[in-house]
Design a binder for this molecule. Structure first.
Ligand SMILES: [Zn+2]
Length: 221
């Protein structure tokens, strides 16, 4: 199996997982994975994430040009601009996911902040950046979303969905799933009249201090 074969298989598995968990609606979602210094594999335009096949994936250079030998006649996702901008902005996170999770989408459209309430929400999502409405599929949306990736791995796009970056497909799934779980919990909290509850900030401070200490240990060895 080549690196591209493994990347394609990982995208197919992640697509099925996201769809099975109800984190996408219809064909509303796309995934890309960096598989080389200047190359990504991205899902094709109009594809449903639970019906992907490895041969459907489209190889692009980071400047957006399709690698003809690999293209197979399929066009890249209509949100390829956003994927390319995210990969250029964050070379440390090879997995990029864009989906339309229903509760996250609703709260953002209503102007209600998504609150990280449980330890899992805080651990996997960490921070959420917001991009006001920008036309879908445009280079402007890609630039606006990627510009927020310096401060967060999870960006929500008003009236549209989210952009999530991660170091591997497992972390990408957890981030998307916990974003939607946080949005669902926030929605239910609002129904109960709760306007402010969040995960205790000292939890995240403790986790970040542990991670910084662990990173220091690795550098010293
Ligand atoms: Zn979209």
């Amino acid at each position: 199996m080549t690196g591209s074969d493994e990347a394609a298989a990982a995208i197919v598995r992640l697509g099925r997982r996201l769809a099975a968990a109800g984190l996408v609606v219809g064909s509303g979602g796309n995934i890309s994975l960096r598989c080389g210094a200047d190359r990504i594999l991205v899902t094709p335009s109009g594809s449903a994430l639970d019906e992907l096949a490895p041969a459907d994936l489209v190889a692009l250079d980071l400047d957006g040009s399709v690698r003809d030998a690999d293209a197979g006649g399929l066009r890249p996702s209509s949100e390829a601009h956003m994927h390319l901008a995210a990969h250029r902005a964050r070379p440390d996170t090879p997995v990029v996911v864009h989906v339309h999770p229903p509760y996250a989408n609703l709260l953002v459209a209503l102007g209600r902040p998504i609150r990280l309430i449980t330890l899992d929400h805080a651990y996997y999502v960490r921070r959420i950046a917001l991009v006001p409405f920008v036309q879908s599929g445009s280079e402007e949306l890609g630039a606006a979303a990627a510009s927020r990736l310096g401060e967060a791995d999870v960006v929500v796009l008003a009236h549209h969905g989210c952009l999530v970056v991660a170091p591997d497909v497992g972390a990408a799934y957890e981030r998307v799933a916990n974003l939607e779980a946080a949005a669902t919990a926030t929605y239910r909290a609002l129904l109960l009249g709760d306007q402010a509850t969040v995960c205790p900030p000292e939890y995240l401070a403790c986790i970040q201090a542990r991670e910084a200490a662990a990173a220091g240990d690795v550098k010293e060895t």
